[in-house]
Design a protein around this ligand. Structure first.
Ligand SMILES: [Zn+2]
Length: 133
């Protein structure tokens, strides 16, 4: 059994709090995918074999295989969020370059000095790696 498949099985059987209303994480596990993260438009997950996918539906009726920066971002976040998947973290190659958006930091400050936004950090589209393939 792959490490991803083991995590899916473990999380599917994890107890839920009384009154828990199923969310996209539960729905993703229900179709045997490992939820990784979501943004404003898409959900991201891994197949049991560790392949990154995105979908615009929490029922996962559409599944888009990912490549390039998006693929790296999902693998990087999966390796960060699930320690048993550390081996999936993409390795920088000689042809990789510094991320043009975060310039290597992997994240951005938001809401600094703006009273209408709670200060925090957001992960860059490079998945927090600070470089792009
Ligand atoms: Zn970046």
């Amino acid at each position: 059994m792959t490490a991803v498949r083991s995590l899916i099985v473990e999380l599917q059987s994890a107890p839920r709090a009384p009154g828990h209303f199923p969310n996209w994480l539960d729905k993703t596990l229900h179709v045997n995918l490992l939820p990784v993260y979501s943004d404003w438009q898409l959900l991201y997950a891994l197949t049991p074999d560790g392949e990154p996918l995105s979908s615009d539906s929490d029922t996962w009726t559409t599944r888009t295989p990912l490549a390039g920066v998006e693929r790296n971002a999902v693998l990087a976040q999966a390796s960060t969020r699930y320690p048993s998947l550390a081996h999936l973290r993409p390795e920088r190659s000689a042809t990789s370059s510094l991320c043009p958006y975060c310039r290597g930091t992997g994240s951005f400050d938001v809401g600094q000095g703006d009273p209408t936004i709670s200060p925090g950090r957001v992960i860059c589209s490079c998945g927090g790696l600070g470089w792009v393939p």
